[in-house]
Design a protein around this ligand. Structure first.
Ligand code: SAM
Ligand code: SF4
Length: 489
């Protein structure tokens, strides 16, 4: 998803890190390889094989955001608990699943080209399934476009997945889960987490905002928050399993509304999660600017276990474009939130998302976005060319910007951000960071990890067995996308 963000938010967990080749200063945080680091991927406590399908195997490929990554971890958990074994290649699997993304057109196209490769597999006895946002968006149309598909289940219907799997196992050739009118979240006692130290945990699903360009409210359904007791119970279980970092997830994570009698606010939940013994770092993403209040900043100030990083997507620096996008805040209101963060008693890294080329975006609007980058000086940013999506209000908007112009604006934006990042990172030379070590290079004594402010740091150390531990690193060099350093005591 990221173009310029070194820390690749969408690869934070669910894709693991060890044996990372650290030769590139700009290497993304985590490669997609399996963890081979001495700690196996974790399956939550009650992962016993109840096994109507002993001997069956599955291959699961995930596209898109970290919520999809985490949904896939839960889907994998459900399958493992049914007796399936996970395999590394689709050819070796009896069940092939694609967990899909439809946020931009290209992402959706990729799914159909992948499905095309599976045209002949059904005849060979393999069962093909499509999960996630493309499944929700295209629905039964997928059976028409790819008749060899047997399962279509949208992200709002995952709680039905065990039932759908049972139907498939009983030989039903076509099963669907496409409802969005649920008020339940997808909770499963069995989650197969790929990253052994950092765990994703969804606290709110769906989205009730109505940004004019976005398919998420349609593909992921209405907002549903998970009860705070249930969240905290899972955090305690994660700590017992040895996780020390947790990332709370939601499309608008800070719109969290505790459905239980406790009625915990999001900021209270953050503090309660940080209080769980064994938890050392708590992250959260993505925050919507409208619901980002002073209480969250106060929580960040009060509790150092809450990581000093906030991802606060702005989308555009022009109030006119923000209004057209139905983002529900103006440029000035957004900047007030930034001021609150900048005034916090400890430095907080701020990252964002920007869309260029929204219909009607003039040169002047775009210049306002560049000006906003100068003003805020983000630590990193994800940038996207506007992509018209089905079922969204902006699809019908006039004054489309040409692809060529969108590409030009994207390049200009990314160059500006690269400059800012280079300067910000250079200013960190000679400072010290606590780092959670998550990668080991093939080169001797070379390691990598993340700071609390979510920067990637590649460093040298003479010590052994650092993976999963926290060390202190002195920054000795910096590039636009990462830092370089050496371990200090
Ligand atoms: N809920 C988050 C928020 O409000 O910022 C964002 C979730 S969305 C999965 C991630 C990012 O994708 C958005 O922040 C936006 O920048 C980008 N995005 C969404 N729809 C898009 C579209 N139609 N074209 C281009 N980028 C899009
Ligand atoms: Fe999409 Fe807007 Fe909801 Fe984010 S807040 S998921 S951009 S509709």
């Amino acid at each position: 998803m990221a173009e310029t963000f070194d820390i690749s938010l969408n690869s934070l967990a669910g894709r693991s890190a060890a044996l990372q080749d650290l030769s590139s200063e700009c290497a993304p945080a985590l490669p997609q390889s399996q963890v081979k680091n001495g700690r196996a991927p974790q399956t939550a406590p009650f992962a016993t094989a109840t096994s109507p399908r002993s001997g069956a195997t599955f291959f699961l490929e995930t596209f898109g955001c970290q919520m999809n990554d985490h949904d896939s971890e839960k889907v994998a958990g459900v399958l493992l608990s049914r007796g399936y074994k996970q395999v590394e290649s689709p050819d070796a699997a009896s069940l092939v699943l694609y967990n899909t993304c439809s946020i931009r057109e290209k992402a959706a196209q990729k799914v159909f080209s992948r499905l095309g490769e599976y045209r002949t597999k059904q005849a060979a006895g393999q069962v093909i399934g499509v999960l996630g946002c493309v499944a929700q968006q295209e629905g039964e149309e997928i059976f028409t476009r790819a008749p060899w598909v047997s399962l279509v289940c949208g992200s709002a219907s995952y709680r039905k997945l065990p039932e759908l799997l049972a139907q498939l196992e009983a030989g039903n050739p076509r099963v669907t889960g496409l409802e969005t009118d649920t008020d339940e979240t997808f909770e499963t006692p069995v989650t197969r987490r790929d990253n052994p130290w950092r765990a994703y945990l969804t606290i709110i699903e769906g989205c009730d905002k109505a940004c004019a360009y976005c398919v998420v409210p349609f593909t992921r359904g209405p907002e549903r928050s998970r009860a705070s007791d249930s969240v905290l119970k899972e955090v305690r279980e994660l700590a017992e399993l040895g996780y020390s970092e947790v990332q709370l997830l939601g499309q608008t994570v800070n719109s969290y509304a505790d459905p239980s009698h406790r009625r915990m606010r999001f900021s209270e939940l953050l503090l309660a999660v940080a209080d769980v013994p064994g938890m050392r770092r708590v992250r959260f993403t993505t925050s919507h600017p409208r619901d980002f209040g002073a209480d969250i900043v106060a929580a960040l100030e009060a509790q150092p276990k809450l990581c000093n990083h906030v991802h606060l997507p702005v989308q555009s620096g022009s109030t006119k474009v923000l209004r057209e996008m139905v983002r529900t805040y103006t440029r000035d209101e957004y900047l007030e939130k930034i001021a609150m963060l900048r005034e916090a008693r400890r430095p907080i890294a701020i990252t964002t998302d920007v869309i260029v080329g929204f219909p009607g975006e003039t040169e002047r609007d775009f210049a306002e976005t560049l000006g906003l980058l100068e003003e805020v000086r983000y630590d990193s940013l994800f940038s996207f060319k506007y992509s018209p999506r089905p079922n969204t209000p902006s699809l019908a908007m006039r004054d489309a910007i040409s692809e060529e112009e969108k590409s030009r604006r994207l390049t200009v934006l990314q160059e500006k951000q690269r400059e800012i990042q280079s300067q910000r990172n250079a200013s960190l030379v000679n400072t010290r960071f606590e780092v959670l070590v998550s990668g080991k290079s093939r080169r001797e004594n070379q390691w990598s990890g993340h700071t609390s402010c979510h920067r990637v740091i590649n460093f040298t150390s003479q010590e052994q067995n650092l993976l999963g531990t926290y060390v202190h690193v002195l920054v000795t060099g910096a590039g636009p996308n990462s830092l370089v350093g050496e371990q200090v005591t």
